[in-house]
Design a protein around this ligand. Sequence first.
Ligand code: HSE
Length: 302
Amino acid sequence: MIRVKVPATTANMGPGYDVLGMALSQYSTFQCQEDDKISLSIKGLESEKLVNQDHEANLVVRSMNHLFKYVDKYPKGYKLEIINDIPLARGMGSSASAIVGGLLVANYLVGANLNQDEILKLATQIEGHPDNVAPALMGNIVLSTKAPDDQVIYHSIKPFDDLTCVIFIPDYDVSTSMSRAVLPQSISMADAVHTSGHLSLMLAGFMTGNKDLIGQTMVDRLHEPYRKSLIKNFDDFKASALEVGAFAFSLSGSGSTIIAYCDHDSAPHVKRAFEEVSQKYSISGTSKIIAPCSQGAVCEVV
Ligand code: HSE
């Protein structure tokens, strides 16, 4: 049997829309073994939202089928168990974890031996953009972009030692499709130049551990201004986090989770600040201190 543990991710990180993401230390697990027939069991967080879905509609199963078709190898059957621990439709990479988990168990099941770059290529074909699937697969912060022939060019950045995040996961969800639908079809040259400048300098900040530089440059003009209206009290959460020591703040992926970047000492204060805002405005949800994850997806044959 193969067991694959895949981390949650936060994508975009401000100005890195569709090209930047970071793995977080919260995981879903996918277990699979050959069988005579196909069977699927789903347990864990919000599993009630997935269990009644048609088998073929399940994203893990769809990702497995994508790989089987790509390598033209099909198992007779399999027993798949999904243990979910990543909230669904909250901007924490639940889809990416399902895709990466499905591809890695399928890779093992039919002995396809696809390497990391090929898995990333298939994952990006399914997801449409590489920013969540790349760190889910590789861990750390990953900058990635699509190239001709569906190849993905990427570069990993190890987060500096005392980088800690605080997330607020609202109980309400925001689907990625809804959150992409509010975005404009085109942007101005001024916004494009703003984005390339801010993203480049922010990456320099993450590479060198320069928190001031990250704080100055985690400013987005491609998606956050349009998506803010979908996120309750975005500006209040942001102001509260920066007030008590976070050096930067962004929407996580397409939301609804929001994320503050801080160090170990300020993290408990930021968590408390998030709790106070959520209580003040009656927004139910969970505040949590969460560390970046350096390892990415881990496969274990058991
Ligand atoms: N980059 C994606 C978005 C992440 O912001 O829509 C969510 O899948």
